[in-house]
Design a protein around this ligand. Structure first.
Ligand code: GLU
Length: 409
């Protein structure tokens, strides 16, 4: 992926961003869109973006909100009814002492901003932050932008590439300050069960680490529900739970995410945000409020979308079964398939990038190379795309793999 030295013709980037790489997930979908606009019939399995329209009851609520004057600044941390709704939902999960209140909630411009703000206020120079790997590309960069060091902790191949408390403990040093968790996981779709997540939370509590738990895919599961860190944590003293409406409600463009944090952390995140973006769009907050409070319609809409993801996942797995040498993590949540393409020949040892390039050039299919998630022998395929695109795209992926890697494992 390009870093700023190749992007920044004519200026020397500041030390803040000198090491920064642009987001590979965003770059793949931008390229797929550009090729489509130029007339190529690209099947985009790169973007992790639901292809559904935002449910009608949410769109209508937003229209009403605009007409009622939701066109001005709001409190930096978000409108009170939305924060109250988020706190109420969280209280339904949290088993520890003391209620979660609206003052513990900060609404931001997507969960991406919540994650960045949390990293920025919690970590700094000299700190190490454990990042289970593979992980979503932006965690590594967010930690680095906070001038801390992201320590990639390889997941266990025998456990769907998930990390264990033991693996985290082995990677920790006296400088470890925190750990980034994400279940269901982007890019693998793996789900941590209560025992796995509970053991990690226990270790973090013992060591006084901050836990940032990104639960943006929590409502998208295909078997048992994914536990929230809120259900398992003994207390919230060092816990920041991040979520949003983008994935479950097909609301990526509305840009509403939030963090539930100890009060002092929430206040620091709000102060930081007051100098950068201020509040996220007022109308978007009212749309998110409808998503969280019009429960019956919301449940129906989410269930219908999850059923579609589920059917696509099953169809994709049936197709992959025709190429038994192609390994993958069986996804129990989110909408990604992570494929082991390390047997594909490459000049530079980056089999995932070689395969992704070949798929795009020879088969018009866009996927994200595993190097974005610090695991170069893999590619990520998103099935948050129209049914036909997923079906045809996965067939081409399977055929291309058979052609390039044959029976090699
Ligand atoms: N999170 C999604 C993905 O991994 C959307 C793009 C991004 O923000 O990275 O594809």
């Amino acid at each position: 992926m390009r870093d700023l030295t190749t992007l920044s013709r004519g200026f020397a980037p500041s030390a803040n961003v000198a090491q920064l790489k642009e987001s590979a997930t965003i770059a793949v979908s931008t390229r797929a869109k550009a090729l489509r606009a130029a007339g190529r019939p690209i099947i985009d399995l790169g973007a992790g973006e639901p292809d559904f329209d935002t449910p009608e009851f949410i769109r209508r609520a937003a229209q009403r909100a605009i007409d009622a004057g939701a066109t001005r600044y709001t409190a930096t941390e978000g409108i009170l009814p939305l924060r109250e709704a988020i706190a109420a939902e969280a209280n339904g999960q949290y088993r520890g002492a003391g209620p979660i209140t609206a003052g513990d909630v900060v609404v931001s411009v997507g969960s991406k901003q919540s994650l960045f703000n949390a990293c920025f206020v919690l970590f700094g120079p000299g700190d190490e932050v454990l990042v289970p790997t593979p992980s979503w590309t932006s965690y590594y960069e967010m930690v680095a932008l906070a001038r801390a060091e992201a320590v990639a902790v390889r997941g266990d191949p025998a456990r769907e590439l998930k990390v264990t408390a033991e693996l985290l403990a082995a990677a920790a040093t006296e400088r470890t300050r925190g750990v980034m968790l994400n279940s269901p996981c982007n890019p693998t779709g793996a789900v941590y069960d209560a025992a796995e997540l509970g053991a990690i939370l226990e270790l973090a509590a013992e060591r006084d680490w901050w836990v940032i738990s990104d639960e943006i895919y929590r409502r998208i599961t295909y078997g048992t529900p994914a536990p929230s860190a809120l259900q398992l944590a003994a207390d919230r003293e060092r816990l920041v739970v991040v979520n949003g409406v983008a994935k479950a409600f097909a609301m990526t463009g509305w840009r509403v995410g939030w963090a539930i944090a100890p009060r002092a952390v929430a206040q620091a995140m709000t102060a930081f945000q007051s100098h950068t973006t201020s509040n996220t769009a007022a109308v978007s907050q009212h749309a998110a409020l409808a998503a969280l409070t019009q429960s019956e319609e919301a449940e129906r809409a989410v269930a219908a979308m999850v059923a579609r993801f589920h059917a696509r996942r099953d169809a994709a797995l049936r197709t992959l079964a025709s190429v038994p040498s192609l390994g993958y993590v069986r996804p129990d949540g989110a909408f990604y398939l992570y494929l082991d393409v390390s047997a594909v020949p490459s000049d530079d040892g980056d089999a995932g990038s070689a395969f992704a390039r070949h798929l795009l050039e020879a088969h018009d299919v866009a996927v994200v190379p595993g190097s974005a998630f610090l695991t170069p022998g893999w590619v990520r395929l998103s099935y948050a795309a129209p049914d036909d695109d997923v079906a045809r795209g996965v067939e081409r992926v399977a055929a291309a793999y058979a052609e390039l890697a044959g029976g090699r494992k």
